[in-house]
Design a protein around this ligand. Sequence first.
Ligand SMILES: Nc1ncnc2c1ncn2[C@@H]1O[C@H](COP(=O)(O)OP(=O)(O)OP(=O)(O)O)[C@@H](O)[C@H]1O
Length: 267
Amino acid sequence: MSTQTTAPTGSPSVGRKDYLEVRDIRVVFDGFVAVDGVDLTLLQGQVHFLIGPNGAGKTTVVDALTGLVKATGTAHYGDADLLSLPSHKIVRAGVGRTFQTATVFEELTVEQNLDIAGGVHRPARRLLRRRRFVSPRVREALAVVGLTHLADRQAGTLSHGQKQWLEIGMLLVQDAQVMLLDEPVAGMSADERVATGELLQRIGTERTVIVIEHDMDFVRAYADVVTVMSAGKVLAHGTVDEIRADPEVQRVYLGHTPETTAPGGVA
Ligand SMILES: Nc1ncnc2c1ncn2[C@@H]1O[C@H](COP(=O)(O)OP(=O)(O)OP(=O)(O)O)[C@@H](O)[C@H]1O
């Protein structure tokens, strides 16, 4: 298990797509500093968790990396600095995200949702054309997220967990190599959590997966590496055991070790 915090040495970061290097990212809302000089090195092949108390700035970091809020600093991925790109170009660069509330098209089937998500790489005129076959990419995504048997089901009828898996499937068909997932297991049943953790591990072997999470049992079970944020800054970074042993982390969690904290309070 690696807790590397710097980019791999020996080759320049430009052009490399096996890690995302965030340096000195800063987001200010009307004078309020929500993210205050955050550095992150997110390596391919690891499931990376971002935890921290409510309001720590976790979602704002993800919003900045996906073009939803303006930020200063840099976020190098391949040839691109994500902070200088509009959202649609960030998607095309291979970076995708999910939201706390699933954003699937409820009236369409699971397969149609996946097909539309794959459209980010298809010309508009072909997007409008009705497809008579299931593309291999959609078929593979259905299998990876375990929704093959529900391909023809209307997305609005899926369970909360199944919608989250559909969203992850949509990132797969977009060929997102960096996936930023905002509290994917919130509201899931115990079985769905296990299935989701295993899914993250499967897809994380070949991608860079970053998960914002409050559920410490889930973090402990599936994290390769954890970054703790507090008040807009990175407080600690390491394995789950290293994080739990960190006195600063314990202090921020109001005198508790993170795993004793009630869900919905501090992560
Ligand atoms: N659009 C905005 N305008 C003003 N303030 C904002 C905006 N978005 C977030 N904030 C503030 O920035 C801070 C960080 O919020 P953020 O949602 O990133 O925290 P978080 O760590 O994701 O919290 P949670 O775990 O509760 O989702 C909070 O104080 C929040 O109120």
